[in-house]
Design a protein around this ligand. Structure first.
Ligand code: PEP
Length: 271
């Protein structure tokens, strides 16, 4: 089995101006020059600044991703952004099914009670279409899965994650899965400062890999990169990346400043 290159993926969520994105990419290029070893860096940025991030991506040795997509190429879908549009803006990747896009927030959003919650309406079925259309269109999807605190406390984490994977990867080929990214993001850990215990994160990431082996085969499971996401930062990244089935991080808060993200990239490069 060849070594999997670790991935440091930044999810900027709904943050930054275009000018801030430009400055970040210049700073990231400088930071990358200081880091020995191999790590893949991806910046998942808001749509408004993707072109600017893409312009700085070569110097920063980074991939560029949208945080969501719609599966039609064009048409009467007000407010949506398609795969060809993301490619046109310079994207290489796209996030699919981030818990916030599924309407599942680590930090409770009381304002989104009732009908308003439907604003963020991704389901396993919509994630599956997005994964397939992204792959067909030449983008690498990062499919996010994970349980809420209530689901964990009910002992449902494992079956829920396995079901999210099975549904999200339906009709996706082994070859396509091998080149994808999967992210285990416990919802209760996202943006809360409560990082998952590394042994438990490893147990779930191992279960994700075993699920891929069951759905496909062992070589596919050995090839796919499984990231951990949820309050990852400089002081917990090394313990998480030391685990056999954790191939990097999907990082929100600690990716917003290069100074905070750099040690995470360095840990990926050293892992
Ligand atoms: C995320 O946005 O995917 C994430 C993991 O956020 P944070 O690192 O802030 O918990």
């Amino acid at each position: 089995m060849s070594k999997r290159v670790a991935v440091a993926a930044a999810n900027w969520k709904m943050n930054k101006t275009i000018a801030e994105a430009k400055a970040y990419m210049a700073e990231l290029a400088e930071a990358r020059a200081d880091i020995a070893g191999e790590a893949e860096v991806i910046i998942f940025a808001p749509f408004t600044m993707l072109m600017k991030v893409a312009r700085g991506a070569e110097a920063a040795k980074a991939g560029v991703g949208g945080q969501d997509m719609y599966w039609k190429a064009s048409g009467a879908y007000t407010g949506e952004v398609s795969v060809p549009m993301l490619k046109d803006a310079g994207c290489t990747h796209v996030l699919v099914g981030h818990s916030e896009r599924r309407g599942r927030f680590g930090v409770p959003e009381p304002e989104l009670a009732g009908d308003l919650g439907k604003v963020f309406g991704d389901t396993d079925a919509s994630c599956n279409i997005k994964v397939k259309v992204a792959l067909e269109g030449g983008l690498i999807p990062c499919l996010c899965v994970g349980e809420t605190l209530a689901e964990r406390e009910a002992g449902q984490a494992d079956p829920i994650i396995a079901a999210q994977l099975e549904a999200g990867l339906k009709d996706v080929s082994a070859e396509q899965v091998a080149g994808m990214l999967l992210a285990y993001e416990p919802v209760w850990s996202i943006g809360t400062g409560k990082v998952c215990d590394p042994d438990e994160a490893q147990r779930i990431c191992g279960m994700i890999r075993a699920t891929v082996a069951k759905l496909y085969d062992q070589p596919t499971a050995d090839a796919v990169r499984v990231l951990y996401g949820g309050s990852m930062k400089a002081d917990n990244v090394v313990g998480l990346l030391a685990k056999a089935d954790i191939d990097g991080g999907l990082v929100g808060g600690a990716s917003l400043k290069v100074a905070d993200f750099k040690p995470i990239i360095a840990a990926c490069a050293a892992s």
